[in-house]
Design a protein around this ligand. Structure first.
Ligand code: FAQ
Length: 311
């Protein structure tokens, strides 16, 4: 590329200013953003399934209305993120194709089953909680459209997290059976939530370059630690326990120490062999096929409008 263009790009990054769609950018920078934003968008869309599973069985009309709104927000986040990716020159059709053929990933967390109503609480509290810790720094990402999309998404995620916390709060103060259900959900979602932050820093191939480009602002391990430090006092106020015997405050570090993460489990899930990977993909493919008539009708309508304009 033209030396002046490279220099302008590097100066923008060094000054901590934003790269915009019209600006020249290195191919690898563009490819990294497409990869991360697409994975993020796909996660929102696939992430509708675990909670969608409980909409018809929510324990009250009020809980049902809240859960429907949350799942609908996730569709909105997906649409927002696909639009951000499109500013990089890929179409939404292409991205959908990459998801459906398994060439692009989505977050490992959505390959776990939602066995009880308390899972809606644990997902809101822990999964949305982890998502916020990961996403707040992305509001300062060097790529403008991604950073701006994150501002609204983070506001909605904070509401999602509180609604999850409130579900667990109610269950933890309910009957013995409800309390046990809340504890069981936390036991099952804790470790997979820690895995959401990605592999340890020394096994994260993309981190160094993404941090140099200002796409990532903190490393996977830094954000994971921040999440643990936040979750421990919240678990105490819920009067629930986190399933880790090694969890304790480390005065010297000023952080909570925690036990080892099962990275074999993480990679098994990432490679497609988690408890629900097949089910999630089958469901998404079927939903896409079922929606073909809507896309055809929309395209026919648009063509008719165009023809009318020409005439
Ligand atoms: N799952 O070198 P790194 C939500 C892959 S929140 C699956 O560290 P990077 C809200 C990674 O892609 C969830 N794969 O990679 C919601 C790479 O593979 P590749 C979505 C993972 O990109 C809540 C390889 O491992 N949030 O949806 C995972 O620098 C409730 C090496 O890893 C985002 O996507 C994983 N957990 O860092 C919705 C946030 N971790 O591509 C519904 C934006 C890593 O070379 C209900 N993304 N991999 O084949 C990011 O911040 C980053 O992409 C990381 C990974 C931190 C996830």
């Amino acid at each position: 590329a033209d030396a002046a263009l490279v220099e302008a790009f590097e100066a923008t990054i060094a000054a901590d200013e934003r790269i915009e769609p019209r600006d020249w950018m290195p191919d690898d920078y563009r490819a990294t953003l497409v990869r991360q934003i697409a994975q993020h968008a796909h996660s929102e869309i696939i992430g509708m399934q675990p909670e969608g599973n409980w909409i018809t069985r929510a324990p009250s009309l009020r809980r049902k209305a809240i859960l429907m709104a949350k799942v609908q927000d996730e569709a909105g986040h997906g649409a927002y993120l696909y639009s951000a990716a499109e500013t990089l020159g890929v179409s939404r059709d292409e991205l959908t194709e990459q998801l459906l053929t398994g060439r692009q990933k989505y977050s490992s967390i959505f390959n776990y089953p939602t066995l009880t109503w308390a899972d809606m609480g644990a997902i809101g509290w822990l999964v949305d909680g982890a998502a916020i810790v990961n996403q707040v720094p992305i509001t300062r990402c060097s790529y403008g459209p991604y950073a701006r999309a994150m501002v609204r998404i983070c506001k909605e995620e904070s509401f999602h997290q509180r609604q999850g916390f409130e579900i667990l709060h109610a269950l933890a103060r309910g009957t013995e059976a409800q309390r046990a259900m809340a504890q069981d959900a936390v036991d099952r979602w804790w470790w997979p939530s820690l895995m959401m932050f990605g592999p340890p820093d020394d096994e994260s191939p993309h981190s160094a370059q993404s941090m140099a480009w200002g796409i990532k602002r903190f490393s996977n391990d830094e954000l994971r630690q921040r999440f643990v430090d936040m979750a421990v006092p919240q678990a105490e106020s819920l009067t629930l326990t986190l399933p880790d015997a090694e969890l304790r405050w480390n005065e010297q570090r000023g952080h909570y120490d925690f036990g080892p993460i099962d990275w074999d489990e993480f990679w098994t899930v990432v490679k497609g062999n988690g408890p629900c990977n097949r089910q999630r993909m089958e469901h998404r493919r079927a939903a896409h096929a079922d929606g073909a008539w809507v896309r055809e009708a929309a395209a026919a309508y648009a063509a008719k409008q165009d023809a009318r304009r020409v005439a």
